[in-house]
Structure formats: C-alpha cells, structure tokens
Ligand binder design. Structure first.
Ligand code: PRX
Length: 653
C-alpha cells in the first residue's frame, strides 16, 4: 500500500463547508454516537408542514425489516425544491438546460420552474392522477422531465422514471410491475445528433398483453417528428397545461409516503422497484449534496447523469434544488459534437462543480488533451465521480487535465438503494488517494464481513455491509417487501448487504473492489447477468446462455456471453455462425436496450457444469478475462473437456 499516492487537502480550493479533517472526525463521531440527536438537527434543514417529533424507528431484523425516519412529520418534496426559494432566489436560475446542439440552451429561474411545475401538477390532476398513483416518466433529458418529477411530488403521485435508453419490452415490464396510470414521454429524444423514438416505444410497450392500467400518455413535443396518435389516450403536454393555473397547493405528505420508485438490476432476472420515501430522502439528498460537493450559495453545479438513474434523481434534481443551487442539465453526450464538449459547457456556463462517471472520464482521456483544447475551466472548484471504481490512471488524468491539479476529486460510492452518497471524501477535509472512495459520510457505518459472516476489524477485505440505517435508505421493493428483506438483510442477519466487495487500508480508507453478486457494471450502469441470459434464451436458436463481465478499457466491464445452441443450429460454416452472433447482439439490444448489448459472444457446444448441473461461472469469468492459466479447482466439473474447447475458442484475446 505504500506506493499509493496521497493528495493532502489544498488550502486554495476556495470556500469550504468543512474546515478540516478533525472537524469531519468530530462530526462523524457525533453522528454515530448520537444518531438520534444528529439526525434531529439535520432534519431541520428541510421545511416541514408538520414538524417531526420522532427521529428514527428502525428494525434491521431480517424477518421484519422496518425503516422509518421522521415518521410523524409531514412535508412536500416539491415545495422544498421550489416554494421555499421563491422569496430569496425566485429570479435565480434553477436549471440551465444545455441542448444536444451547443447552440441550444435555456435558463429557467426558480420562479419559472415553480410556475411550470404547478401548471403540470394541475394538468396531472385533470388527467385523473391522484395521491399514491404511479406515473411513469420515459423522457429525454429535457426540462419537462424535471418538471414532471416535481409535479408528481407536488400532488403526492409516485414517479417511476424509466431511462429513455430502455426498450419497449423493458419499459412494459416496469409499467406492469407498478400498475402505472399515466405515462409521460416525448415524441423523440435527441442524443449525439441521433433521435430516439420514445413515443413509438411507449406505443409498443402498451400493446403488451400484461400492460393494462395505463389511462393516459402525455407527450412532450421535442422534435416534431411524425408519431402515431391514439385520440382517446394520448395528449400533448402543451395542450394539457394550456388552461391550467400556475398555482397548485402542495399535497401534505407523510415522511414515509413514497416519493418515487426506480427500477434497478439485481442478481435474479426481474428488475427491482426500489422505493424511496419523502422525508428522510430529502434530508439526506440535501445534506450530502452540500457537504460532499462543498456546495456554496450561487454556484453552478453540473451532474452529467441522466434523470433515469438514481444519480440524476438525487444529484440533478432533489439535492441541488433543495439547496437552491443552479443545476445544469445536459441533453447530449460528453463528446458530441466534439471531444471537448464537457470543457466547453463548463466554460460557457461557469460550472463550479462537475460530477460525472469514470466511463466518461476514460472516454475523454482516450483522446488525450483534445478533451480540453481551447477551454480554460477556471470556474471549476470540485470534481466528482460515481458509478464504478475509478482506476488511478483515470483519476490522475481527471485531476491534472480537467482540474489542473486545483480541484479535489470526490470519488463517491453509493447505490440506487442507498438514495445518496455513502462513502466519499469531503473536499477541504479529506486527504485523497486515487482509486479510493475514502471514508464514510456522516451517519454511515460500513463494515467488512468475511466468508464466515464475521466482521473484519482493521486492515482487511470482505463484503461491504452497512450496520445501521441512514435517512436516505430505500424502504422496500415495490409490492415485494419479502424480496427486499431477502435481498438485502438475509445474507448477513441484521445488516444491510450492499452486494459489493471492499478493502480497508491502514488509514481506514475504503477501496471498493466491485460487485460480488451476478451484477455487472457496464459504463457505470448496473446490469443483471440473469436479465441478459433470459433475453438470450428467449431466442429460438439458443439453448443456454451464461453471461459474465470482463475488464474493458472504457466501459469498466464489458459483457461476455457464452451461448449453446439448440440441436443442429451450430454451423460448420464460420460465416453462418458470425451472422448469428450479430443477430444475438441485436436481439439483446432490442429486448433490453443498447446498454445491455453484449460485447463478445462465444458460441460453444457446452458450458462448464458441476455434476449437479450448476454452471461454474468462476471458470467462465477467468476465460473471459483471458486468464486461462488460473482457472482454479476444476475437479468438480462434470465434463472437463468442455473447458478445453472454451479456452481454445475464446473470443477475448
Ligand atoms: O458496485 C457499486 C458501483 O455501482 C453500484 C451501484 O449501482 P447503481 O445502483 O446503478 O448506482 C450507481 C450510482 C450511485 C455499486 O453497488 N459503484 C457506484 N459508485 C461507485 C461504485 N463502485 C466503486 N466506486 C464508486 N464510487
């Protein structure tokens, strides 16, 4: 560990929320020793309609997990993001929208956003949406996506944002699972100069026999493309709001009323509808946004994530808006139309804080200094990363080239289920080590557990668990509390299991080593191997499929697929097999979405199995990683010859 570089805190990062590490240590200690007192105080950072008197009521008992924060308080999340800023910063920009083309942008003040949200909230009511109804948002990165989320929050409807890159089938599954009443979409999305047929995808999703709860589809006109229209069901967004008032009383919600559902991949096939509730989530979003990014009044903050992911929810919408920040929302890609787009946007809008993903950093880094040509980036003060482990080379490049060795990097570890950042440096307080997410945030008690379930003390490695609740934690899986308890609390009784492995060094710093379950992290996106496998076996020629990850320079992990075909389908002709490989890639892409497209597919006559028929993924992973000399114990294989063939015909070399 001694060759690990350290970057001590710099004096010159500008304004700091925390003065030094001693202050962090003291505040952290207090947050653990007096959880109740600490969170009671922090709870006051948001506006309550009826103030809470109870702070926490938690059970991590694996059979009756029950998580409550600020239980008897009432509030409205949209009022916390909008109304409470009107008096002091109504004319300040809430959202800077930067279009796909650099010539396209828009500033929306808090006052304007408030008006639009109220109008659309009223429109939703007119369309029959009531408190507790689920509204699906399947949108491109346009301001109306944020308006839609906040409008749902305003009337107490639960939003379920589905990433615009998901296929009609994936969308249908998510609509069906939560009995969505209204879908909000756009005619088309635009990214990197290409269009995405969102409305067409919705139309197709709604033809699925299982989908029968959707009453209305509200459509934002983004490109003006020709789209099919279902008169009794479809309504234009601009028509829906035309006659609505710009005033809408925010609904009084209980702290534990659901704010949103967000689907994420797990280690079994069906995506999980992670539920976040209102009070604790808002407190945690706002607190972490302020401390982790050292956010200061009036700063321009840019989170590059899509609103379809948790990062977009917490750190593009709820956290920054609760804090009255100017949040930049970018429709396009980091390298379109030029590789220096990110840097250009930073200069154009004077961005102070930039939060992005290692995969984007690596894609820019691959082009060398071209990513920063003709730009100054003097406004930048803090840089952040999230979504996957950042390799030290990418960290160093980000630090030197984008941040000119001036800006601390916050490598933030967290998950859809955690609601907000859990392990992270605090700028101005934490000495940085490239590749380490460093120390736990206030109130977060991480621990490492070994194979026997014992807690590892001091320096060591193990599975990462969290010992006690924090306000941003997910409360349940939509409609399936059993699965929630089973997935997160049964592996190690009484602890929240993250699904990640980690190492802790001599300074108590955490180094996340990646998932320990059958979940891949492709370009910072979580993909369940089981989901891809079930898509593949639905193909008429496929008998069995096994999906594993392998190291990929840009994406972090690539998707490697082993496929066995039905009898007679494996051809002696290479061209026929190659065509089938292409067809299978397209098949998965259509079934789930482009992010799930396999990088490498190996057609094989068999898979390595134990005598009881279990696929030995460990071996498949090694072969995919091209580490065929280190297969480990193969003595339990039913047919060792299969492995020779797999090695011989491996496609990653
Ligand atoms: O494996 C961890 C990885 O991303 C997973 C969570 O994915 P998701 O729920 O999609 O949320 C992503 C954005 C919060 C984690 O289980 N991960 C996330 N951040 C980091 C990370 N791995 C290493 N370092 C990080 N900073």
């Amino acid at each position: 560990m001694s060759d690990i570089k350290r970057y001590p805190v710099k004096e010159n990062i500008g304004l700091t929320t925390l003065v030094n590490n001693d202050q962090y240590e003291a505040m952290y200690k207090r947050s653990i020793d007096d959880s109740e007192g600490f969170w009671a105080e922090q709870g006051k950072r948001i506006d309550w309609i009826e103030p809470f008197t109870q702070v926490r009521d938690i059970s991590f008992d694996e059979h009756k997990v029950n998580i409550n924060w600020y239980k008897d308080g009432t509030l409205n999340a949209s009022a916390n993001c909008l109304d409470r800023h009107l008096a002091t910063r109504g004319d300040q920009t809430a959202i800077i929208w930067e279009g796909d083309e650099p010539t396209d942008d828009r500033h929306i003040s808090y006052k304007e956003l408030h008006g639009e949200v109220c109008q659309f909230a009223n429109a939703l009511k007119t369309q029959g949406v009531r408190k507790g109804d689920v509204v699906c948002i399947y949108m491109p990165m346009v301001p109306q996506a944020v308006v839609a989320m906040l409008a749902c929050a305003r009337i107490g409807a639960i939003h379920s944002v589905v990433f615009g890159g998901f296929s009609p089938d994936a969308l249908a599954g998510r609509i069906d699972d939560s009995q969505v009443k209204v879908v909000i979409t756009a005619d088309e999305g635009v990214r990197g100069g290409k269009t995405v047929p969102l409305k067409e995808n919705v139309d197709e999703a709604l033809t699925h026999p299982s989908v029968n709860t959707v009453e209305k589809v509200i459509v934002v006109k983004r490109t003006g493309a020709n789209i099919d229209w279902h008169r009794s069901r479809d309504i234009w967004y601009h028509d829906a709001i035309a006659k609505e008032s710009k005033h809408c009383q925010p609904a009084e919600m209980r702290a534990e009323d659901p704010l949103f559902i967000l689907y994420t991949s797990g280690s079994t096939g069906k995506p999980k509808g992670v539920v976040h509730t209102t009070g604790g989530y808002m407190v945690y979003a706002s607190l972490t946004h302020e401390y982790v990014f050292d956010y200061q009044e009036g700063e321009v903050y840019w989170c590059t994530a899509d609103v379809g992911w948790i990062t977009g929810h917490t750190y593009l919408v709820y956290g920054p808006l609760a804090n009255g920040a100017t949040s930049l929302m970018c429709e396009g890609l980091p390298n379109y139309p030029n590789i220096n787009r990110v840097s250009q946007v930073v200069d154009k809008h004077g961005v102070n804080i930039l939060y992005t993903a290692p995969t984007a950093i690596r894609a820019l880094m691959a082009e060398g200094d071209a990513a920063v040509t003709e730009t100054k980036r003097h406004s930048l003060r803090v840089l952040g990363t999230v979504g996957e482990p950042i390799n030290p080379e990418a960290w160093e490049w980000y630090y030197r080239t984008i941040g000119e060795e001036r800006c601390p990097i916050v490598d933030t570890w967290w998950q859809t289920e955690t609601g907000g950042i859990m392990i992270t440096p605090l700028p101005g307080a934490t000495t940085l080590k490239p590749g380490s997410a460093t120390r736990p945030f206030f109130g977060v008690q991480p621990a490492l557990v070994d194979a026997e379930g014992n807690i590892v003390e001091g320096v060591g490695e193990g599975n990462l668990v969290i010992l006690d609740s924090w306000p941003g934690q997910s409360r349940t899986l939509y409609g399936d509390h059993e699965r929630f308890m089973q997935t997160y609390f049964s592996t190690y009784a009484g602890m929240y299991f993250t699904g990640d492995g980690a190492r802790r060094d001599e300074d108590g710093y955490y180094w996340i080593t990646g998932r320990v379950d059958d979940v891949l992290n492709v370009s910072g996106h979580r993909m369940g191997t089981a989901e891809i496998e079930s898509a593949l076996v639905a193909h008429p020629k496929v008998a069995e499929a096994a999906v594993v990850g392998y190291p990929h320079d840009i994406k972090g992990q690539g998707i490697y697929v082993y496929v066995t075909l039905n009898k007679g389908e494996l051809s002696a002709d290479k061209e026929v097999n190659d065509a089938l490989v292409l067809e299978l890639k397209k098949w998965v892409r259509q079934d789930i979405g482009p992010i799930a497209t396999p990088d490498l597919i190996q057609l094989t006559s068999g898979l390595p199995k134990t005598r009881s028929g279990k696929i030995m993924r460990r071996i498949l992973r090694k072969i995919a990683e091209n580490e065929c000399g280190a297969l480990g114990d193969t003595s339990t294989l039913a047919d060792p010859a299969v492995v020779d063939e797999l090695i011989e015909q491996r496609v990653n070399r």
